[in-house]
Design a protein around this ligand. Structure first.
Ligand code: ADP
Length: 263
């Protein structure tokens, strides 16, 4: 009977509409699968640190294990770190849902992106003094403003620069440049590192939520797996363009084009 209903519906519609209807149905299914996967991934990412914290609470609660001050302080240190991870994850999840809700509401105000990039570089220089190499900066003077959301552009600059520092090799420089595109209509923000690089098969998937090339290593360096997904959403909302180029063993360059504000 179901099939008959389908046949009737197909007959009532023109042949072109039939295809549209089927395509739309599979599109909805794909979106639903993505949503289910997302909830499963997010829950798993939160459960792992929660289980660790719970385990250490139980250990510390045991008088035999909880008495040695050195052990106590080591366990408390791990618990603090796992709590930081959960906090970072929830913060990124909140940013992601906010940016998604604003998808059809492009930003309107001029923002001094050069200033944001310089401030982000200064902050990272201060927090990562022990990296053994500097961030080299090439920013053209008097660049025009971009049309944007200052908070989101700060997050974008921070995520890209942070990745370059995390996945770059210690002792090698990170290169940051911000210049006008040839036509002058866009600003080109590029961050290059000399890290291990990314194999070509991973490149198209990097902006998927929770996608990590090497989850063991990525977890060690402290990522949430949401950084590039956030970057992609921010770039799209700003009507910009994101490109990631990488050579295994040589390094990675992330380039972002952002439309400038009308003079
Ligand atoms: P994470 O929080 O794990 O860093 P991201 O979304 O920022 O998540 O990045 C996704 C993955 O892409 C990372 O886990 C890492 O494997 C890879 N990646 C991102 N940036 C770089 C880079 N500059 N060099 C090498 N790999 C990178």
């Amino acid at each position: 009977q179901k099939n008959q209903l389908w046949e009737m519906r197909i007959q009532m519609m023109g042949p072109g509409q039939k295809i549209v209807h089927l395509a739309d149905r599979s599109g909805t299914q794909a979106a639903e699968k993505m949503r289910v996967d997302f909830v499963a991934n997010a829950s798993h990412e939160l459960l792992t640190p929660l289980a660790a914290v719970k385990g250490f609470i139980e250990t510390l609660d045991d008088p035999a294990a909880g008495e040695d001050p050195a052990t106590r302080s080591r366990f408390l240190g791990i618990m603090a770190k796992e709590t930081d991870r959960m906090q970072a994850l929830v913060r990124d999840l909140m940013s992601l849902s906010r940016i998604e809700a604003e998808k059809y509401d492009p930003p309107q105000t001029p923002v001094d992106f050069a200033q944001i990039v310089m401030e982000t570089v200064d902050q990272l220089r201060n927090s990562q003094k022990d990296r053994g190499a500097d961030i080299a900066v090439d920013i053209t003077a008097d660049l025009p403003a971009v049309i944007g959301d200052a908070g989101q552009l700060r997050q974008l600059a921070n995520n890209i620069l942070n990745n370059a520092m995390k996945y770059g090799k210690d002792g090698t420089p990170v290169l940051v440049s911000l210049v006008s595109s040839r036509s002058g209509a866009m600003l080109n923000f590029a961050v290059a590192d000399e890290g291990d690089g990314i194999a070509p098969e991973h490149l198209p998937r990097l902006t998927e939520r929770f996608y990590r090339v090497d989850s063991g290593r990525s977890r060690l360096v402290g990522g949430t797996g949401l950084g590039l997904s956030l970057v992609k959403h921010i770039v799209d909302r700003h009507r910009g363009h994101l490109e990631i180029r990488s050579t295994l063993g040589k390094g990675t360059t992330v380039s972002i084009l952002l439309p400038v504000a009308p003079a």
